[in-house]
Design a protein around this ligand. Sequence first.
Ligand code: AP5
Length: 210
Amino acid sequence: MNLIFLGAPGSGKGTVAKKVTEKFSIPQISTGDLLREELKKDSRLSWELKSYMDSGKLVPDSIIVPMLKVRLSKKDCEKGFILDGFPRTIAQAELLGKEGVKIEKAVLFDVPMKEVYDRIVNRRTCKSCGAVYNILTIPPKKEGVCDKCGGELYSREDQRPEVITKRLEVYAKETEPLIEYYREKKKLIKVDANQIPEKVLQATIEKLRE
Ligand code: AP5
């Protein structure tokens, strides 16, 4: 099963994708995580990426598309995958079609804009294993320390207030049109993501099994 997880920054796509991965035994492919891995290297590309990501802009297709193709060619994608953060534009969606990537469902995580802002500001991510917390709603047991691996928790550069505003603008302009795009193709599933994570997960699984 090839799935797309769609939704505003902070809507909880990544949080749910990590759990759905366990249930359906398909990998989560987060383009944001692929890019953040690249950022860890001290290369020309990493500096270029940083300038886009830290200002809330989309990275050019000439960079993200080849990275995604390499990831999709790995053996663990043979039985399906969850694309978390791709496509983000109609052009990226059409590119998937041209590459022969068939999508079964696009799941939209629906959350009010005020809520996503608060979720992003309060997010903490583990430097070692990438686990995601929220200091208000999903806190770690010990402040600043990952429950799963003991790694250090940090705030992403792109969760500064001015960058969040830019990311939400980019989402409204570039990514929201994908909702209609997948609705017309009869592939859209809408999940109410403005509820506790367990309920969002349950609703997602129920809708995927329908
Ligand atoms: P990316 O990493 O994809 O970020 P994003 O889509 O903006 O999404 P986030 O990771 O911020 O949020 P999320 O929806 O996964 O929510 P999360 O689960 O973390 O992209 C980053 C950048 O990379 C982009 O700006 C761009 O520059 C570049 N990029 C990536 N893909 C690209 C592409 N295809 N093309 C071009 N550029 C690209 O949850 C958020 C918080 O809420 C957490 O604290 C979590 O604990 C909490 N939370 C989750 N669910 C709930 C709940 N139900 N109730 C309460 N709190 C919750």
